[in-house]
Design a protein around this ligand. Structure first.
Ligand SMILES: [Zn+2]
Length: 692
């Protein structure tokens, strides 16, 4: 249940830019112009595949990065923007509710004149509510009120392990995957990644100083006199620092038993008496929870720290903190001074120097908030049934290979293998789009409302839609990601895999491409997601999706020994300056990368055996093409600011090491490129760990 690919938890969800033109319908081939053939494939495969591109590619000022991911996102956005522009032209007359909602949303987002004229007016009522917080009960209600609107109020951030967008949510119990429970999770820190508040290097210190100034200026924009705004920013930073200290690090949050801490409503009330829980739950829309109701509150050390802070600090401090969090959450939508101030923070963190065009931002926001409406249109326009069929065949081949490799591996005992195979057999793979769509008819979006109001309505709708699951059985094939997202995810609690339509496009996948190309790129991605069911997180769930230890101790030991090799391998890689990849934080993703390319490779061999490839003349062999397109599909370039953030907070290794770390672990790669002992891309057997 995680967002995959490169999804950095940066402060602002800012869009990218530059709509690239659609590629023609020719048979996709290796981009020779991207390569640097002065580098040996066996020395540095990423550079052999992408070095020419990496040297010449320039990151546009308003983009966070460039590469395959950005290209595909831009292509998808082009389709989405067409849908929104059409809807905005006819929403007032259309009888179709989806068109009405999408059109009104987009029209209100694009109305920059109104946003500039109104400034902070659309959030005055919310600011007033915060000003009127005069008691613990008021504060408790206000936390729920703001969290329902995705304001990061004290707790309830999007956790790194979840693919959900909501803040407080009902979701399957990790130990009983048929039952939905309420989940409360750490949060409340504007910089998102807890280490940002304590790291001593100069880049981190500069970010903290700039962040403090940004908070002060934001409070000034909301009418706080300057000296008070400065004190206010210090208060906010002090609160956030305390919360960050008690938060799970990205590495810790990849451990299921850290993020799942079952307790009861009564025990929560005893642990955090500073919050009036009946008032909080009532405002959240889940009143009357019995004292013995199970919920997950994690990590408990965070909630104890929050309790301590709530008791120690006067309400005035919390009003300042909430004011900041509210403005932080909608800053870009409140007209130009506020928008510009929000962008200053983005510049500080990502190195972007120019904001993306409004149309791009509005398109991405529509995909985020109404993904199941715009995604349906996207599928109709851009995802033919033949593509779905071809991907399903690919998935079936990969699953067979994974099954065979588990059945025949030499390190697992028979009993553990039997449990693992049960898991493979029940896996569900969802391709392209969901069977049922979300109906946005109940959300009164209107172009006559300020845009922020529409945003808040949709956020609350989404939270309430999730909270309503508390009283319903778990739906294992429910999608949590827009079909128009360039992404994929797996959910170990449902034993389900989800591949949105928008990732099933070139260079990952093309109906016109050879199998070598498709298996090397989308095959690697699918293999990666399949492997997640057996990485150090996924393997702790059984065939029913329950957190249960089904491993015999000796098999677990052998698993951990292999995982240690992977951990050490990636720990040794330098990402930028002297900063190393964190082998622990990225262990699950690295395991999935190595397993993914292996499974894809053997699935490709099966495809090749049943349908040999026609001769293509001089060039690369099918195996070489497989690896080359795989490597080219990971091409990626970003600025130092963001690279540091990826290393500090992302579960994935930088793409350079995703490629080189993976292929150097495969003897099949060494064979394909005739690498010799001692070559960097041919790790010696004792330094090579392949779990799957
Ligand atoms: Zn992954």
């Amino acid at each position: 249940m995680r967002r995959d690919r490169i999804v950095v938890s940066v402060v602002l969800a800012l869009a990218a830019v530059c709509l690239s033109s659609r590629s023609s319908a020719q048979r996709p081939e290796i981009h020779r112009d991207y390569q640097d053939t002065t580098v040996r494939a066996c020395t540095d495969f990423y550079s052999f595949a992408n070095g020419g591109w990496a040297r010449s590619a320039i990151i546009p000022e308003s983009e966070r990065w460039i590469g395959t991911d950005a290209d595909a996102t831009n292509r998808a956005n082009e389709v989405l923007n067409g849908i929104l522009t059409d809807a905005a032209a006819r929403y007032r007359t259309s009888s179709d509710v989806t068109t009405q909602r999408l059109g009104a949303f987009y029209a209100s987002c694009m109305d920059s004149t109104r946003a500039n004229r109104e400034g902070l007016l659309p959030v005055r009522a919310e600011l007033d509510r915060i000003d009127h917080v005069a008691s613990r009960a008021d504060l408790s209600r206000e936390l729920a009120h703001l969290q329902l609107r995705w304001v990061d109020a004290a707790f309830g951030t999007l956790p790194s392990f979840a693919s959900l967008q909501v803040r407080v949510w009902a979701y399957a119990d990790m130990k009983n995957s048929t039952k939905n429970i309420l989940w409360l999770y750490q949060g409340g820190i504007g910089l998102r990644e807890p280490g940002s508040y304590s790291r001593a290097d100069s880049a981190s210190k500069a970010i903290r100083a700039g962040y403090g100034d940004h908070i002060a200026r934001t409070l000034v924009l909301a009418g706080t006199p300057e000296p008070q705004a400065k004190t206010g920013a210090e208060t906010v930073l002090a609160i956030e620092t305390k919360l960050a200290e008690a938060s799970l690090t990205p590495e810790e949050s990849s451990v299921p038993t850290n993020v799942y801490e079952p307790t009861t409503v009564d025990k929560l009330a005893a642990m955090v008496p500073a919050i009036d829980w009946p008032a909080y739950f009532a405002e959240l829309g889940v009143p009357g929870l019995a004292g013995n109701t199970t919920l997950s509150v994690s990590p408990s050390k965070f909630f104890r720290r929050l309790n301590e802070q709530l008791l120690q600090r006067p309400l005035a401090d919390w009003r300042t903190y909430l004011r900041w969090q509210l403005l932080h959450s909608v800053g870009p939508d409140l007209g130009s001074p506020s928008d510009a101030e929000s962008f200053r923070l983005a510049t500080l963190i990502t190195g972007m120097t120019k904001p993306p065009p409004r149309a791009k931002r509005c398109t991405e926001e529509a995909n985020e908030l109404m993904g199941m409406a715009i995604g349906k249109n996207y599928v109709e326009r851009a995802f033919p049934p033949a593509a779905k069929k071809r991907i399903e065949e690919l998935v079936a081949n990969l699953r067979t290979v994974l099954r065979d490799r588990i059945a025949t591996n030499d390190w697992m005992g028979a009993a553990t293998k039997a449990e693992a195979l049960k898991k493979v057999d029940v896996l569900r793979v969802e391709v392209g789009y969901p069977q049922t769509w979300v109906d946005y008819a109940p959300v009164p979006i209107s172009a006559d409302k300020p845009f922020v109001e529409n945003v808040m309505l949709l956020r609350r709708f989404e939270d309430q839609r999730h909270l309503a699951k508390l009283n319903r059985p778990v739906d294992r094939v429910e999608w949590e990601m827009s079909p128009a997202a360039v992404n994929a995810y797996e959910n170990p609690q449902f034993n389900s895999l989800f591949f949105p339509a928008a990732i099933l496009q070139p260079p990952w996948f093309s109906l016109d491409a050879d199998d070598a190309m498709n298996y090397g790129a989308i095959g690697w991605v699918i293999g990666h997601e399949l492997t997640h069911f057996f990485d150090d997180q996924g393997r702790q769930f059984d065939a029913n999706g329950n957190l249960r230890d089904w491993w015999l101790p000796e098999d677990e030991k052998r698993y951990q020994d292999r995982a240690q090799v992977v951990r050490r391998q990636y720990d040794s890689y330098v990402a930028i300056d002297t900063l190393h990849v964190n082998g622990g934080q990225t262990l699950n993703e690295n395991t999935a990368d190595i397993g993914g390319v292996t499974i894809a490779y053997y699935a490709f061999q099966r495809a090749l055996a049943s349908q040999p490839r026609p001769a293509r003349g001089a060039g690369y062999s099918p195996d070489q093409e497989f690896f080359l397109n795989g490597a080219q599909s990971w091409r990626f370039k970003t600025r130092p600011e963001l690279m540091r953030l990826i290393v500090a907070g992302d579960g994935h290794s930088p793409p350079y090491w995703r490629v080189n770390g993976s292929v150097s672990s495969l003897p099949e790669f060494a064979a394909a490129f005739s690498c010799k002992e001692g070559d960097s891309m041919a790790r010696p057997p004792e330094a090579r760990a392949r779990l799957w």
